[in-house]
Ligand binder design. Structure first.
Ligand code: SF4
Length: 139
């Protein structure tokens, strides 16, 4: 089994502390985070993914917006230097402890934050990174 993720969610999962858009969103995210913590692989997809799923029934779900696709492109570009290959749809990634550590280091150093510009969660994500990732669900 793999977890389907759009590129910018590779950043969001680094700082996930159980907060999100709605109880349905966070309970689904908790399950995904648990599976990732168990070592399940990620399949990169274009557009809405397994984390977006609970929001897709809403009218005008933001997950379909062009601005969110731009976030994906920026995240894919920024993460490229940390990954063994390009971050694009169809790629499978194993998020082992070493890679997660490198991704968190780059995120805390501001090297992979282009995708976060204008995101409503940016202050929270910055605070989590600044706290050395205290309370994150994926260790
Ligand atoms: S600021 Fe937004 S896009 Fe960036 S990691 Fe946090 S939730 Fe994801």
């Amino acid at each position: 089994m793999t977890i389907r993720l759009r590129p910018h969610h590779l950043l969001c999962l680094l700082t996930y502390v159980g907060k999100g858009y709605s109880p349905a969103f966070t309970s689904n995210y908790d399950v995904i985070a648990g599976r990732l913590a168990q070592g399940e692989d990620v399949l990169i997809v274009a557009g809405p993914d397994d984390i977006c799923a609970p929001l897709l029934g809403e009218e005008d779900a933001h997950c379909w917006r062009a601005s969110v696709r731009v976030r994906d492109s920026l995240a894919a570009r920024d993460l490229r230097r940390l990954m063994p290959g390009p971050v694009r749809a169809g790629t499978t990634i194993t998020l082992g402890p070493e890679l997660l550590r490198a991704m968190r280091g780059a995120f805390a150093a501001g090297k992979t934050r282009s995708a976060c510009l204008g995101c409503q969660w940016s202050d929270l994500c910055s605070a989590v990174a600044a706290s050395d990732y205290r309370g994150v669900v994926i260790p």
